[in-house]
Design a protein around this ligand. Structure first.
Ligand code: SF4
Length: 501
């Protein structure tokens, strides 16, 4: 007959736990613990607490920061989950020294570190530099659109929101009329129906009040071209963004990454889906961070920067020129001009219209020659638009009238001639075209593809391994704090893997 060892779940046992020994050297949690204890200056939080004479002792910011960073590294973003972790998970217990901050303390700590977060990020960046993780010669920037804690259903222009409020009010009116009818029904039916109707009425009243209050307190959001943008009643700093997996209401999380170990030099969450104007604030933010760790204010001079075609805009290229960056930002047709993609993209016969690249510039006469061999003369040589220098060229009507290439050249069927406009630098050169030429050189084609290997793994790490797919806070300041905390976790992981060794 088989004989087994006895077991009894009712038995009790005492297990000695050393909190310190739970944090094993070489792990991410050990790196977080060591950095927060020894290499970060958390006295920046001291002014927030006014409890030296009276009041209860507060949780040490070191404990709170460690717990939050550990939680973010494990994909736990909710403060209630973090609180539960401090009760149930031995690693969280070790990190918090068996203290148990509740969810409201954790949430208040994260959302109130507006002043401190940049200094904390700079502390980690300094360690990266001291450990030799910054190459300082090649950078790549990119953005990742992520949902925020706001619904796109509550988004629209002011007129849309007014309409939505009217719709809710008319629904409310119909419900109230229904309610009066129910009053005449039998008692049992009446009680059942009226409770449900009352709940509906209350909910709709709250929604209508919320929209009305919001409309009274806020102004229209106006875009760079003077048009009204969509506002959002729940989080007006967020924006509706189009992504490969549908439309989201959220933020465009930007990261500027150094190529040596993919350390994030600057992170910023911006409520703007298009990247056309996102490069200047990120470069300025990076300069601030680098100055904080003792780098020169001309740090970016001569450094290589790559960005994808969504950044190809006059504002972004101008900023790179200002900083004397050796930037490589292609236009969205660069692949069609690259012979290496010829087999994949065909012979280009499908591309409908001529682009700027199809016109040749005659420097001596300051004229462009069109694909039909006709000349486009300057119409405006030194125009101004939003502070930028503008040039306009146009063809002659009689040249275009019988041209065989009209369909490929003119934007509209009944257009009489071809115009083209570009933003120019101080010497009159086309800013965008100069970048196109740079990208089409052998050097440009060699440097640009390196972008993918530098910046994309960073977003993969944060989105997949650290499981950040949605910001849980509202408002640009708080979302930015959350994004920077994630960037810090990423950089700390780099220190743990390549630095402390
Ligand atoms: S339409 Fe005018 S500008 Fe265009 S190719 Fe023909 S002649 Fe040249």
């Amino acid at each position: 007959m088989a004989k087994y060892k006895r077991y009894d779940y009712r038995q009790r046992m005492l297990i000695p736990v050393s909190l310190e020994q739970q944090l094993m050297p070489g792990t991410l949690e050990f790196a977080i613990h060591t950095l927060v204890e020894k290499r970060m200056d958390l006295s920046v939080f001291d002014d927030k607490y006014q409890n030296d004479a009276t009041g209860r002792s507060a949780y040490n910011p070191k404990i709170l920061l460690k717990v939050v960073l550990l939680a973010y590294s494990r994909g736990l973003i909710s403060s209630r989950q973090i609180e539960r972790g401090c009760y149930e998970n031995v690693l969280f217990m070790a990190m918090s020294c068996n203290q148990r901050p509740d969810h409201s303390t954790i949430a208040a700590f994260v959302s109130s570190m507006k002043e401190q977060i940049k200094l904390l990020f700079a502390d980690i960046l300094l360690v990266c530099d001291q450990e030799g993780l910054l190459g300082g010669s090649f950078f790549a920037i990119d953005g990742c659109k992520m949902s925020s804690n706001a619904s796109k259903e509550w988004s629209g222009k002011f007129s849309d929101l007014h309409k939505r409020k009217e719709k809710i009010e008319s629904k409310l009116k119909a419900l109230i009329e229904d309610h009066i009818e129910i009053d005449k029904e039998e008692r049992a039916v009446k009680e059942k129906l009226s409770a449900r109707r009352e709940r509906q009425v209350r909910r709709l009243e709250q929604q209508a009040d919320k929209i009305e209050k919001w409309l009274n307190e806020n102004d229209k959001k106006i875009g760079a071209y003077g048009k009204e943008l969509h506002s959002n009643v729940t989080d007006n700093d967020s924006a509706k963004m189009y992504t490969s997996h549908g439309t989201v209401q959220g933020y465009n999380a930007q990261a500027l990454v150094d190529d040596k170990h993919q350390v994030i030099v600057c992170g910023q969450a911006i409520g703007q889906g298009l990247d056309h104007e996102n490069l200047p604030p990120v470069i300025d933010g990076a300069k601030e961070n680098l100055e904080c760790i003792g780098k020169d204010k001309h740090y970016f001079e001569g450094k290589v920067l790559t960005a994808d075609s969504s950044y190809h805009s006059v504002t972004n290229i101008n900023k790179c020129n200002e900083e004397k960056l050796d930037a490589y930002i292609p236009d969205n047709k660069f692949r069609s001009r690259d012979h290496r993609f010829a087999s994949r993209l065909g012979d280009g016969s499908k591309s409908k219209k001529f682009t700027f690249a199809d016109f040749q510039y005659d420097e001596d006469k300051d004229e462009y020659i069109c694909p039909n061999g006709k000349r486009l003369k300057p119409l405006v040589k030194d125009g101004r638009h939003k502070g930028k220098r503008l040039r306009v060229y146009r063809s002659r009507e009689k040249d275009c009238h019988h041209c065989q290439l009209r369909a490929k050249c003119l934007r509209y069927k009944n257009a009489k001639r071809r115009h083209f406009t570009y933003y120019a630098d101080a010497s009159g050169n086309n800013i965008s075209q100069a970048m196109v030429k740079k990208i089409d050189t052998q050097k440009g084609r060699k440097i640009y593809p390196q972008r993918i290997g530098i910046v994309e793994p960073v977003f993969a790490n944060i989105r997949v391994n650290k499981r950040l797919d949605k910001f849980s806070l509202r408002g640009q300041i708080k979302v930015n704090i959350q994004w920077l905390l994630y960037c810090m976790v990423h950089n700390i992981e780099k220190i743990a893997n390549y630095g402390f060794r």
